[in-house]
Ligand binder design. Structure first.
Ligand SMILES: Cc1cc2nc3c(=O)[nH]c(=O)nc-3n(C[C@H](O)[C@H](O)[C@H](O)COP(=O)(O)O)c2cc1C
Length: 209
């Protein structure tokens, strides 16, 4: 099977991580560099990552995650955030396209304005988009980790407000998930069963799945 498809089939949410094997800052940065290749609405790139590697900080984070041990055991636990005002960076994001001649300044301004109009005053949509964008970034990071021989374990079981307070995260950002990443240890679950394709797919119109 193609290597990428194999990775998709092999990824599991890990609970057991090798506590001896660390990741360097360069390795963590490389993982995030792959995450930033994910798609996002208007290319806003809502994802932000707080990489928690310090043992004491990981213990604090674990306590806020109902003592789920993997938070402390993984080499790094990312706090994946979504930027609720990511559209504010669009002029900067689009500038290289203008400078390289791929986009006119007028088109870039229009793009930024359209995005701003979509989100300003529409808090629910901005929040949905931040979560959607950051989730795609997190999924891409999980696949990159898998490709590097690492394991990952997405988690929503944590005290969102407590994490914001303890890790100096402002209201501009919505915590989307915790993502422990590290070398796996023995004892992880095997792949879990999935609904069949026929149970989740319809063609051309919706149905009661
Ligand atoms: C958004 C999200 C939140 C999750 N939260 C937790 C969690 O708090 N604790 C946990 O042990 N697993 C958590 N999981 C892992 C799921 O239980 C797991 O993805 C699911 O059972 C499918 O298993 P697999 O990822 O090994 O294929 C979460 C997964 C996702 C995508």
């Amino acid at each position: 099977m193609n290597e990428t498809l194999q990775l998709i089939k092999e990824r599991i949410s890990a609970n057991k991580f090798d506590t001896e094997r660390k990741l360097s800052e360069a390795e963590i940065k490389e993982l995030v560099s792959y995450a930033t290749e994910a798609p996002s609405a208007y290319n806003i790139q809502h994802w932000r990552f707080v990489a928690v590697t310090d043992p004491a900080a990981k213990e604090r984070l674990k306590a806020l995650a109902y003592n789920q041990q993997k938070v402390a055991d993984a080499a790094v636990t990312f706090i994946v955030l979504g930027d609720l005002r990511g559209y504010e960076k669009l002029p900067d994001i689009l500038r290289p396209l203008v400078e390289s001649g791929l986009m006119t300044q007028k088109a870039a301004d229009g793009w930024s304005q359209t995005a701003t109009n979509a989100y300003v005053g529409n808090e629910a949509f901005a929040r949905d988009e931040a979560i959607r964008g950051a989730s795609l970034g997190a999924m891409t990071l999980m696949l990159a980790a898998q490709a590097k021989g690492l394991a990952s374990g997405p988690m929503i079981g944590f005290d969102v407000e407590g994490v914001k307070r303890a890790f100096n995260i402002s209201d501009r950002y919505v915590p989307v998930m915790l993502l422990p990443v590290g070398y796996p240890a023995p004892g992880n679950w095997p792949r879990k069963p999935r609904l069949s394709v026929d149970e989740v797919l319809s063609f051309n119109e919706g149905r009661e799945f």
